[in-house]
Ligand binder design. Structure first.
Ligand SMILES: Nc1ncnc2c1ncn2[C@@H]1O[C@H](COP(=O)(O)OP(=O)(O)OP(=O)(O)O)[C@@H](O)[C@H]1O
Ligand SMILES: [Mg+2]
Length: 231
């Protein structure tokens, strides 16, 4: 589903030597597979996500989505990719204040009409345990509930690839486990590929593989002999 071939992105600020935010990264991710991506602050995780989302262009390498080269797509093909093939799980702070949960979650479906959008999103919200929160406004939802609204939004058009950049950053342990579990369950069942960027070692239990970025370089990370919480 997703293949990165020797992708690099370097930032140049002033006359200082360039920051190697992403450095010669190669990886593959298949439908139904969950990959957890770890890394300290500034290691290039968000940059990598933005490259895959087509929001930034790499200096080197290629990014293939279902075999298609993202960098060779026309503007309209890239827009279509972002709307239909990609789901991005955003942070709770991005939810519009005052909006009802069902409206927030159905934004990506609105082109087909408000009624159809809501009919389509409701079962997904119910599946996410928000059946009795559909008409709650952003401020009336807990952080965990807000994050689940954003999962519904990300999955609403049945994307092939789901990107989540620290989806549990503002959640407590219980909600974190629930969000990891829901994301994994829903993506695997729908054969979506999930790339989960996180600082939380608990995510490894929900992933098929774990990788680590350090100074832009990717390596496989094993948790077998790491005591829980030690990393
Ligand atoms: N637009 C930019 N211009 C210059 N440098 C940038 C830019 N964006 C990011 N960087 C630098 O690139 C490096 C990687 O940043 P990135 O945001 O990808 O890290 P991250 O792993 O997501 O960190 P965090 O865990 O704090 O979110 C950092 O050193 C950052 O300062
Ligand atoms: Mg980041």
């Amino acid at each position: 589903m997703l293949e990165l071939r020797r992708v690099s992105k370097h930032y140049k600020v002033g006359s200082e030597s360039p920051i190697r935010a992403v450095d010669d990264v190669s990886m593959t991710l298949s439908g139904g597979e969950v990959l957890a991506l770890y890394g300290p602050s500034g290691s290039g995780k968000s940059t990598l996500i933005e490259l895959i989302a087509g929001l930034k262009k790499p200096d080197d390498g290629s990014i293939l989505i279902g075999g298609r080269d993202l960098l060779k797509m026309s503007r309209s093909q890239a827009n279509d990719y972002r709307l239909n093939d990609l789901g991005i799980v955003m942070q709770p702070s991005s939810l519009q204040p005052g909006a009802r949960a069902i409206a927030s979650a159905s934004i990506k479906l609105m082109a087909g009409g408000k009624r159809a959008a809501r009919d389509r999103i409701e079962p997904l919200l119910v599946e996410l345990g928000l059946g009795d929160r559909l008409r709650h406004r952003t401020e009336e939802l807990s952080m965990g509930e807000r994050q689940r609204v954003l999962i519904a939004l990300a999955l609403s058009r049945d994307p092939k690839l789901v990107l989540a950049d620290e989806p549990t950053a503002s959640l407590d342990t219980e909600n974190t486990q629930q969000v990891f579990s829901l994301l994994r369950g829903m993506c695997v069942a729908r054969r979506m590929a999930l790339l989960l960027v996180t600082h939380d070692p608990a995510a490894a239990a929900y992933a098929d593989r774990s990788y680590e970025l350090r100074d832009g370089c990717l390596s496989e990370r094993r948790f077998d002999d790491t005591p829980l919480g030690a990393s």
